[in-house]
Design a protein around this ligand. Structure first.
Ligand code: GTP
Ligand code: MG
Length: 182
């Protein structure tokens, strides 16, 4: 089989987390290399795709961006089903966005209903590390890693959607994780 007819693998991943933590910004930085300081809350859910090569595999990463605002959350179980990885995002400067991670994780597991909930691969992103040169952060890297370790094997990365810091790395990690769970 030549390259043009080789099968592409579609990987579905879902971004979840409180309103304003930077889910949409993260996706825009990754796919369009753009950042806007203006906040426009997401309504419902939408996806973008990105073609990637991982080792010798061509994959299409389908990234679903969701609304953090409660009044916009009306995604049913069908939406979550078939996701190979769930990306949880919080803002390192906002304690509440870290405290709600459990709720987001549980909501995902309830809706997606994976075969092995304890082994389902999540990835945690601590965003906005650029803010105030890091002086306004209220959640430490250690606390975040502790949260990940106590819930199984969850990878943790710190990012800045504004500066593009660790964004490619984060989604590469997401893609690899999703591929392993395919
Ligand atoms: P919902 O759609 O309501 O769930 O929010 P969201 O998680 O998609 O947040 P969004 O990407 O819209 O970002 C919210 C605000 O934070 C915007 O004003 C962004 O410009 C800003 N923002 C996002 N990421 C960063 C970052 O890494 N650093 C800084 N300084 N600001 C950021
Ligand atoms: Mg959004």
């Amino acid at each position: 089989m030549d390259g043009s007819t080789r099968k592409r693998t579609l990987l579905k991943v879902i971004l979840l987390g409180d309103s304003g933590v930077g889910k949409t910004s993260m996706m825009n930085q990754y796919v369009n290399k753009k950042f806007s300081p203006h906040y426009k809350s997401t309504i419902g859910a939408d996806f973008v795709t990105k073609e990637l090569q991982i080792d010798d595999k061509q994959v299409t990463l389908q990234i679903w961006d969701t609304a953090g605002q409660e009044r916009f959350q009306s995604l049913g179980a069908a939406f979550y089903r078939g996701a190979e990885c769930c990306v949880l995002v919080y803002d390192v400067n906002v304690l509440r966005s870290f405290e709600t991670l459990n709720t987001w994780r549980e909501e995902f597991l309830k809706q997606a209903h994976p075969a092995e909930p304890d082994n389902f691969p999540f990835i945690l992103l601590g965003n906005k590390i650029d803010l105030d040169g890091g002086n306004s952060r209220v959640v430490s890297e250690w606390q975040a890693k502790e949260w990940c370790d106590s819930r199984g094997n969850i990878a943790y990365l710190e990012t800045s959607a504004k500066e593009g810091y660790n964004v490619d790395e984060a989604f590469l990690c997401v893609a690899r994780t999703a591929l392993a769970n395919e």
